[in-house]
Design a protein around this ligand. Structure first.
Ligand SMILES: *[C@@H]1O[C@H](CO)[C@@H](O)[C@H](O)[C@H]1NC(C)=O
Ligand SMILES: *[C@@H]1O[C@H](CO)[C@@H](O)[C@H](O)[C@H]1NC(C)=O
Ligand SMILES: *[C@@H]1O[C@H](CO)[C@@H](O)[C@H](O)[C@H]1NC(C)=O
Length: 204
């Protein structure tokens, strides 16, 4: 460490000139810590790697803003990008599945807070709400109703899950999920820990 090798004779001026450098070093080491608070660095890195649009820590900042905004009934325009790299889409027939295409207009969604931790997700082009029926079937609902209330949660890996706020399979929650082939999964077959229920909300 060169700075400790300064002789006693080093002038006060030299010490002063080091201050900005020290401050910069302090700031640089403080920043990653703040990011880890928001979500695990590994998950942030994974998110950055998976998502073409989330390239820096903006997403982390966004997460804070989003949790806060739940209380404000905000509307977020997002795509839901699955762990298996599909964009969730709700098409004009009310069908829910995934697409690999980045240009699919049916994958542009509006996520609106309807209660604390509860969201409604609507396809912007199709105007259908993402809905889960009593038996766990995923479909597009023309009108907002209890099937459309989804409990949004941030999982340990930084991805979000969406469980029906209304329906359960016995005691088990039922989640929005896409299979490895991009087909919608029945809520009864989903698990919170299974990555087929994990989605990153990406700004559009
Ligand atoms: C970070 O990413 C956002 C979009 O995700 C972009 O608008 C912004 O310019 C980026 N900032 C830097 C420093 O790259
Ligand atoms: C999703 O559904 C559409 C319309 O039926 C279909 O064309 C497309 O191939 C499906 N995508 C996948 C990944 O199965
Ligand atoms: C995750 O869920 C999918 C779809 O239901 C299933 O095919 C897969 O085996 C599950 N993976 C694990 C590790 O349970």
């Amino acid at each position: 460490m060169w700075k400790w090798k300064l002789t006693k004779g080093a002038s006060a001026w030299t010490h002063l000139s080091l201050l900005p450098l020290l401050l910069a070093l302090l700031l640089a080491s403080a920043l990653p810590a703040a990011c880890r608070d928001a979500r695990p660095a590994a998950a942030a890195a994974a998110a950055a790697a998976r998502s073409p649009r989330v390239t820096n820590s903006t997403a982390v900042v966004g997460r804070h803003a989003r949790s806060y905004n739940h209380l404000q009934g905000d509307v977020r325009r997002r795509k839901l990008f699955s762990f298996q790299k599909f964009f969730l889409r709700i098409d004009k027939n009310g069908k829910v599945n995934g697409t690999k295409s980045r240009d699919d207009p049916f994958s542009v969604l509006e996520i609106k807070s309807v209660d604390v931790g509860i969201v409604a997700i609507r396809g912007l082009s199709s105007n259908y709400y993402l809905a889960m029926g009593k038996r766990g079937e995923l479909y597009g609902a023309r009108d907002f109703g209890i099937d459309c209330t989804l409990k949004e949660r941030i999982e340990e890996n930084g991805y979000n899950t969406y469980a029906s706020a209304e329906w359960r399979n016995g005691k088990k929650q039922m989640f929005v999920g896409l299979s490895a082939k991009g087909k919608s999964l029945r809520g009864k077959k989903t698990r919170q820990k299974n990555t087929s229920t994990h989605f990153l909300p990406i700004m559009v």
